[in-house]
Design a protein around this ligand. Structure first.
Ligand code: SF4
Length: 619
């Protein structure tokens, strides 16, 4: 294998850049960690547990930013496009893995590295140029303040190659907006504020050119595995809908089922959902499809609004955008949503978090907590698309009310008070994606206990939503959530895309995921061994949080979900009361072998998983 590394799929080498010392080093990937934590989120959690001191300032030089691939990433296995950007998050204050697709991750591997650790802080704006084995730290003073697309264009011109892959931050990342993103090709590391961490290091961009390849022990075995898994993709109706309409494919069916979150989650039915559906998108703005590396699903749409006040060109919008800036703000104009999507990308901010901040402000305005004196004259009435776009620009610039919202809704509500905490739809500082949980107790406990709070990629609603599991039964839902956690974290360590859920999920670590890992690495993992790795990864992330001081009380849901039942529609009356949630948490901790009082992994569990080194920190 490459660099004499024992296992297939890996390059066997990590790149480390210390921006304070302007030092670049190459170091071996640890074989024991590769076997115990795979790569991506799992490997990153293990490495950053050792290297980021407890209580480090997320935006200080002691925090580290780790871009990590996995063994499957960069091979022909379907949807093997993904990689992770990991750090201590300025939003949550704990370990965060932000997943991204596109081409940047595979390119890093082709350049010869499984991962890139960025540490310290440059004394002025810089960008990294990784050209296979040659690494340069270049001046980026002229790029600072440029939007990510402009910065990418300028770097491509400087280097004289329009095929290189570039990760870039926008103004939001430069200014420490807590939910700044990193833009990479057609996708983004969108959640958890990884762009703010990158900006805090004065790092504007990372350009990569890789001309190598990924070695596997038996190409024919990988080819046959990819062929078989691609057949699952090509014949699954859910995936076919994803190809045709993108992730907004289910807007109308979700609305009909009463699970399309609306008006900052005051209800879950939107009377004007037609305007933001995948079908409307396809008819009015979508001009083409975009695929990530090795993915035949093509879920990303390329949309153009050619003229008028909403003139824009974007890769998207995704479901989370049409939810957040659509039904959540009661806006039904898909062109306005394209425009606000473009604004978010140009400033480099997380669409979900930005839209939920705007919705929180709209509800404050509805309830009289904000007046035009607070909003800079903006009329934040539900459905006012122009005000929504304007306020989003203010977040990007950190101007007026935008400066408050740039802190995230949880922090904004702490400052404003007056009962506005009730309108915060967040857990651990991360605002909610467009997936309901009031009707689904297993999903609810998954959200509550998830290390990333409001993340629909620490839990999936598929089992309860599809009826495969009786949604009204509480018993067994803690175990269900834990097993769903396992397939998700293993996928995030391999690294493959969750949207190909029919291949990798939805109930537990699937044989397909184990087959893909074995084919690429040459391992012979069985189901129990793969599940154990996933359990170890999940516990590792929990140890990080526990060391930062997180406890059982941080595993919670938004007040609205615990106290305000869905008021109308098919899910009318649905609610996860505080009492129900606490019972579900007991189930979850017990199934995991965690201490019910603290929510921390027990000594016995840590010993069983080979995580004894964390006992002194959290037990
Ligand atoms: S399903 Fe979509 S996001 Fe996932 S790898 Fe394929 S194109 Fe990219």
């Amino acid at each position: 294998m490459t660099n004499g590394f024992k296992f297939g799929g890996y390059k066997g080498q990590m790149l480390r850049v210390d921006l304070t010392k302007k030092a670049v080093t190459k170091e071996p990937l640890r074989e024991d960690w590769a076997r115990d934590f795979i790569g991506g989120a799992g490997y990153s959690a293990r490495l950053l547990y050792d290297e980021i001191p407890a209580k480090a300032d997320p935006l200080g030089p002691a925090n580290k930013l780790l871009f990590m691939t996995g063994p499957v990433n960069g091979t022909m296995i379907p949807a093997a496009s993904r990689s992770t950007a990991c750090a201590k998050s300025p939003l949550t204050g704990s370990f965060f893995h932000s997943i991204f697709g596109g081409y940047w991750g595979p390119e890093l591997k082709f350049a010869g590295y499984d991962g890139l650790v960025v540490e310290g802080k440059a004394d002025k704006p810089v960008y990294l140029w990784i050209d296979d084995g040659r690494i340069e730290i270049r001046d980026a003073s002229h790029l600072w303040g440029k939007n990510p697309f402009k910065a990418q264009e300028m770097i491509r011109q400087e280097i004289g190659d329009d095929q290189i892959r570039i990760a870039t931050i926008g103004e939001a990342g430069e200014h420490g907006v807590a939910y700044a993103i990193i833009l990479l090709d057609i996708r983004a590391a969108g959640r958890g504020g990884m762009g703010a961490v990158m900006g805090s290091k004065n790092l504007k961009a990372i350009a990569v050119r890789g001309t190598g390849s990924v070695s596997v022990p038996n190409v024919l075995r990988v080819y046959n595995t990819a062929l078989r898994l691609n057949q699952v993709v090509e014949t699954n109706p859910a995936v076919m809908g994803l190809s045709e309409y993108g992730t907004p494919r289910n807007v109308l069916s979700m609305n009909a089922a009463g699970i399309l979150p609306t008006r900052n989650w005051q209800t879950e039915s939107f009377a004007r959902a037609e305007g933001i559906s995948g079908e409307t998108m396809k008819e009015t703005v979508v001009k083409g499809h975009r695929a990530c590396f090795a993915c035949s699903i093509n879920c990303t749409k390329y949309s153009v609004v050619p003229s008028g006040k909403y003139k824009s060109i974007i890769n998207g919008p995704d479901y989370e955008t049409v939810y957040g800036f659509g039904s959540i703000c009661e806006v039904d104009d898909i062109k306005a949503i394209c425009k606000v999507d473009e604004v978010c990308d140009e400033y480099g901010i997380d669409l979900i978090q930005a839209s939920m901040s705007v919705a929180w402000a709209m509800e404050c305005y509805e309830k009289g907590i904000f007046t035009k004196a607070d909003t800079g004259g903006l009329d934040l009435t539900w459905g006012n698309a122009d005000a929504m776009i304007h306020l989003t620009e203010m977040i990007g610039k950190r101007e007026g009310l935008g400066a408050l919202l740039a802190k995230g809704t949880r922090e904004a509500a702490k400052i404003v008070g007056k009962g506005s905490e009730r309108f915060v739809i967040s857990n651990k500082g991360v605002d909610w994606p467009g997936h309901s949980c009031r009707p689904w107790p297993g999903t609810a406990v998954g959200y509550a206990t998830g290390p990333r709070g409001g993340s629909h990629h620490d839990i999936r609603p598929t089992l309860e939503k599809s009826g495969a599991v009786d949604r009204k039964v509480l018993e067994g839902k803690g175990a269900m959530a834990a097993e769903v956690n396992h397939w998700l974290i293993l996928a995030d360590s391999a690294v493959v895309c969750h949207l190909a859920e029919p291949i990798w999920g939805p109930a537990k670590v699937s044989d397909n995921l184990v087959d893909a890992l074995n084919a690429v690495t040459g391992w012979n993992l069985n189901y129990a061994e793969a599940r154990k790795i996933a359990e170890r990864q999940w516990n590792m992330i929990r140890c990080f949080a526990a060391r930062e001081g997180f406890t059982r009380t941080d595993d919670t849901l938004p007040i609205r979900f615990m106290e305000e039942p869905v008021p109308d529609g098919p899910m009318k009356g649905s609610l996860i009361s505080k009492e129900t949630l606490e019972g579900l948490k007991d189930q979850y901790y017990e199934y995991r072998g965690w201490d019910k009082k603290t929510g921390n992994p027990s000594k016995a569990k840590l010993t069983e998983l080979g995580l004894e080194f964390a006992i002194k920190d959290i037990c």
